[in-house]
Every structure is written in structure tokens, then in C-alpha cells.
Design a protein around this ligand. Structure first.
Ligand code: AMP
Length: 214
């Protein structure tokens, strides 16, 4: 199953992707995670990406497309994958189509996770990430047992630079302008499906699975 997850920052794509990889045993390809690792490792790519990410803007298409092409060529993608946070612009979507049609393996579904704007703000400003294992929490909806500490590994929780308030507004604006048009793009291709992204994580997951298997 080759899936693209669409949705605004904070819609819960990453959480659903992590549950889908368990169920379907296919990898999640998160360009955000790949870029954050490059930043943490201090690679040339990370250095280039950091300023875009901190301001809430997008990393240039050419950089991100190169990353995804390399990742899709790896063996573990043969049985399918979940693209999370890619594509984010029309040129990225077009290039992805070109690459996949050359591989004779087009996308099966683009699943849009829909959440309204007020809810998104709370989800984003409340988000905390574990430094150790990347587990995510939310101070409003799913706080850890002990403030500032990861329930899973005991690591320290922190707020990502791109989860700070000014950056969040910019990320949502960038989403509206650059990424929301992809809903139409995949709608026209006939592979768009949508799920209401409000409710408990498990409820949303049940809906996601029934949509993917319908
Ligand atoms: P995410 O974790 O998916 O919200 O991504 C965090 C940040 O990484 C974004 O705000 C962008 O700066 C950058 N990024 C992730 N994926 C892409 C992409 N497909 N195109 C451009 N920039 C991206």
C-alpha cells in the first residue's frame, strides 16, 4: 500500500502514520523527521534546512525531493510506505508522480486528515517531544504522567523550535498557500480520501483503517 498522508501541521498525520506502520508493516517516510535528524547531526543538508524550519517556512523542493527519491529506492519500500509531510507543494507532488510512474508503482491513496484551525493551534502550541525517543505529548490533550518527562523512556521533553507560537502561525499560512492545493490535486486524480481528525487517536485510527480498506 502506497499512501500519502495530507493535512495541516498538527492534524495528527505522524501519530496515525506510526500506528499504520505497526499494522501494515510498511515504513513511514517523514521528511520532517529526516530533516530534523540532519539538523541534529549537523550535516550540510541540516545546516541548509535549519533556518527554513525554524521560521516555519519550507525547505527548497530540490532538497526534499532528492531525500525522498533516495529513501523510496531502499528495499524496505518495496511493499509500500506511508509518506508523511511529503509532498507539500505541487512541484513535489508532480515530481513524486514522475518518479513513481517510472517505478511502475503509483500511489494508491492520498488520505487527508481534517482538523479545524482552533484545534490545530492548541495541538501545536501544546506539543512536546521527547529528546530521547521522539515520543510526542500534548500539554492539553495527552500530558505525560510526570511533567517534562517521557513516560516511555524517561527522556526530557522539549518544545521543537518550529512548535513555538510565531512559527506556528507561519506554518499554518504556508500550509494554506502551498500544501492545501494538493487536496485538489489528488482529488482530480481520483485517489483522495478524507478522514475527520478529531476525537481520540484510536477512534481516528479505526476510521483511517476502514477508509484504507474500503
Ligand atoms: P513536519 O514535521 O512534517 O511538520 O516538518 C517540519 C518542517 O520541516 C517543516 O515546517 C518544513 O520546514 C520542513 N519540511 C518537512 N517536510 C517538508 C517538505 N516536504 N517540503 C519542504 N519542507 C519540509
Amino acid at each position: 500500500m502506497r499512501i500519502v498522508l495530507l493535512g495541516a501541521p498538527g492534524a495528527g498525520k505522524g501519530t496515525q502514520a506510526k500506528m499504520l506502520i505497526e499494522k501494515y508493516k510498511i515504513p513511514q517516510i517523514s521528511t520532517g523527521d529526516i530533516l530534523r535528524k540532519a539538523v541534529a547531526d549537523g550535516t550540510p543538508l541540516g545546516k541548509e534546512a535549519k533556518s527554513h524550519m525554524d521560521s516555519g517556512g519550507l525547505v527548497p523542493d530540490s532538497v526534499v525531493i532528492g531525500l525522498v527519491k533516495d529513501r523510496l529506492a531502499q528495499d524496505d519500500c518495496k511493499a509500500g510506505y506511508i509518506l508523511d509531510g511529503f509532498p507539500r507543494t505541487t512541484p513535489q507532488a508532480e515530481e513524486l508522480d514522475t518518479v513513481l510512474s517510472a517505478m511502475n508503482s503509483p500511489l494508491n491513496v492520498a488520505l487527508s486528515v481534517d482538523v479545524d484551525k482552533d484545534d490545530l493551534m492548541k495541538r501545536l502550541t501544546g506539543r512536546r517531544t521527547c529528546k530521547g525517543c521522539q515520543q510526542m505529548y500534548n500539554m492539553y490533550f495527552s500530558p505525560p504522567g510526570k511533567e517534562g518527562t517521557c513516560d516511555k523512556c524517561g527522556g526530557e521533553l522539549f518544545q521543537r523550535d518550529d512548535d513555538k507560537e510565531a512559527t506556528i502561525k507561519n506554518r499554518l499560512d504556508v500550509y494554506e498557500k502551498s500544501t492545501a492545493p494538493l487536496i485538489d490535486y489528488y482529488g482530480k486524480k481520483g485517489i483522495l480520501k478524507s478522514v475527520d481528525g478529531t476525537g481520540s487517536i484510536d477512534e481516528i485510527f479505526t476510521k483511517v483503517v476502514s477508509i484504507l480498506e474500503s
